[in-house]
Write a protein that binds this ligand. Structure first.
Ligand SMILES: Cc1ncc(COP(=O)(O)O)c(C=O)c1O
Length: 442
């Protein structure tokens, strides 16, 4: 069975030299978790420039859904690149983009059908949704949630409220956005417990927010992540979306699901909203949609996507190679990978829950499918956040050849490729446990 293979202390000499060059020429705004220089990758295995082999449970931040360089994806990219690389979907038609739009509208399964706008990234999909919601409703206000991450462009950043440092020095933000508490039940914003809270997170929007502050008929949209990603892999309780959907309908507010991290099969269903039985009016997709090729898509009910020609567009959005990669990705997802995400997700979560029994610092284990987080605390009763310890665990895992990422202030996320096998997952879990054990005893 394949295992990580690390020769000596990391970074190795080639990686160290490369990182020095990077520091001279590449933007310091990037948030590299560890000193790793990636050279090549296949499936869930990544090699660095010194020949070390790592097990990757990050999938390049939940992007390479089909594993690194899946042969069918590589073939789809090569075939398309030999035929047509770019023409611009803004000014020209091409078949592969039309085919992908048809496919995504079937997946979205919206009442009255759906249409698709293509961009290149998650932030662009969110910007498109933000603009369309204002355009369609002619309303100026928007709601989003504390803890939400929707991207880094000004509109998407204004909708985000994940980490204050991401917004530092960028004021003023786009006006008309109000953040409301997300149902983070492990740390209930109302100090209550579900279900005795009576759905306080949605009730609060109606009263006092709509009663005392924002006329609901001025609200264009509610932006929400089905599972908060960057905010800490937080899964809302089952009734949250039913109540939120009812509220949105009552006031003619559009419900926008940001499925950029939770979508494309990761949670064991094609879209995470399918777990909650509520149909959004708009969906933002990116990350896992094209196995690593840049692509973002905003899917909206046909009736909602009523903007005029020229009101929004992108030179590169939905380029032929990304669309071909996406069609090949969706085929793989539908032919077994979503099911694998569900099964491997159960394996992952139950192993972590069992581990939680032995380690006091594992305060909460949560997630759906292969979108699973562990929140680290100093004390189970006070729930004091163990942010430094969380970082230490990630570093220890890295030195042992396991790639994992943080999310929230003190959580670790597991978001491997949906191709991962049971033994590969067990290997990763064993290294993770070693890192936790060492961190606890150090
Ligand atoms: C839920 C969510 N929305 C939007 C984004 C932004 O995507 P991108 O970095 O492709 O702009 C992210 C990225 O992490 C995300 O997780």
């Amino acid at each position: 069975m394949k295992k990580p293979c690390i020769n000596g202390v990391l970074p190795g000499p080639k990686a160290a030299a490369m990182i020095l060059r990077d520091s001279q020429f590449v933007s310091p705004s990037y948030t590299r978790s560890y000193p790793m220089v990636v050279d090549s990758a296949e499936g869930v295995w990544v090699r660095d420039s010194d020949g070390n082999t790592f097990l990757d449970l990050t999938a390049g931040i939940a992007v390479t859904a089909t594993g690194h360089c899946h042969p069918q994806i590589v073939k789809a990219i090569c075939d398309q690149a030999q035929k047509l690389i770019h023409m611009s979907g803004t000014d020209f038609y091409y078949q592969v983009q039309i085919e992908l739009a048809e496919k995504l509208s079937v997946i979205a399964n919206m009442e009255g059908g759906a249409k698709v706008f293509f961009g290149n990234s998650g932030a662009e999909a969110v910007e498109a949704a933000f603009k369309l919601a204002r355009y369609h409703t002619r309303r100026e206000q928007t709601l989003a949630f504390f803890g939400a991450f929707h991207g880094r462009t000004m509109g998407a950043l204004s909708l985000s409220a994940s980490k204050a440092y991401q917004k530092k020095y960028y004021t003023p933000f786009v006006p008309g956005i109000t953040h409301v508490p997300y149902p983070y039940c492990y740390r209930c914003p109302y100090g209550a417990c579900h279900p005795t809270c009576g759905g306080a997170c949605v009730r609060w929007i109606e009263d006092p927010l709509f009663r005392n502050n924002i006329p609901p008929e001025e609200v264009a949209a509610i932006f929400v992540e089905p599972i908060q990603g960057e905010g800490g892999y937080i899964v809302p309780p089952p009734d949250f979306f039913l109540e939120l959907g009812k509220l949105a309908k009552k006031y003619g507010i559009l419900l926008v699901a940001d499925e950029i991290q939770s979508g494309m099969g990761r949670t064991g269903k094609m879209l995470a909203m399918e777990h909650f039985g509520v149909e959004p009016d708009l969906i933002a997709l990116a990350k896992g949609i094209a196995s690593g090729m840049p692509l973002g898509a905003m899917v909206a009910r046909k009736e909602v996507m009523d903007w005029h020609s020229g009101s929004h567009a992108s030179t590169f959005g939905g380029n032929p190679v990304s669309c071909a990669a996406s069609l090949a990705t969706i085929e793989l997802l539908e032919n077994g990978l979503i099911e694998n995400a569900r099964k491997r997700g159960e394996q992952l979560k139950s192993a972590l829950l069992e581990m939680q029994g032995s380690y006091e610092c594992m305060g909460d284990v949560r997630g759906l499918g292969l979108m699973v987080g562990v929140e680290f605390v100093k004390d189970r009763v006070t729930k004091e956040r163990a942010a430094v310890e969380r970082d230490e665990i990630i570093q220890k895992a890295f030195q042992k050849g396991l790639l994992i990422l943080g999310c929230g202030e003190n959580s670790v996320r597991f978001c491997p490729a949906l191709t991962i096998g049971p033994e590969e997952l067990d290997t990763g879990l064993a290294i993770f446990e070693e890192a936790v054990r060492e961190s606890v005893s150090s």
